[in-house]
Design a protein around this ligand. Sequence first.
Ligand code: HEC
Length: 212
Amino acid sequence: MRGKILLGSAGAFMLLAGCSSGEPDAAAPPEAGDTTVHKIMVNQIDKNADALWDVSNAAIGNNGGLDPAKMDDARWDRIAELAEKVAAGSHAVAALDPITVAAPGVTIGDSGLPGGHTAQQVQGFIAANPELFRDMATTLGTHMDEIAAAAHARDAAKAGPLIDQLDSVCESCHINFWYPEQKDLIEQFQNEGVVDPDHPALGPAAPQTAGE
Ligand code: HEC
């Protein structure tokens, strides 16, 4: 995950988590047993998306996007395979019924940090709008299916923008269901014009806010 709009220490953690490598977690249990949002997120979605970004980052062209000259069959096949794994995880999240965030006693990533969340809090956010949560999981699944199809077709013009957009597909669900108070904060800051457009937490893509 490459967080874009991140505030506070929870955001800092997520930024770090996002920079972690795509190395498989040796301690991770087999994927078939993943029946909670947390397990699927860690073992299937984040792990394989990070590995996909590792491949695509190595093939970025001068103007962004994917440079077809830097792609070969092995890289295309790897992107297709990883996209299919993330898609499978996303569709598995969408199919969870009931939607359980984490097994009892399991601590989710940022829960020990100031401003972090417990699995129970996240469970409450999802309970408030499970349809939207499932829709967003399906949106990610469809997005990954499209990346896989573009990779099979060796279509850099199609795959590049889809991979560029991937991070915001992840973030749009996180901002609704993982740390929703940051949504209010960001809107509030934007309205008040107090967001420093150069703040590192906003990342390089932060738009310049017009002065009042
Ligand atoms: C349908 C909603 C949804 C989508 C889409 C989604 N996530 Fe998540 N993600 C969550 C929720 C809810 C949590 C909080 C529960 C948790 O931490 O396990 C979470 C947590 C995480 C975590 C922290 C896991 C931990 O250690 O606790 C990572 C890393 C992550 N997501 C990565 C991603 C990436 C990368 C993508 C896109 C490829 C993505 N997520 C897409 C809902 C989503």
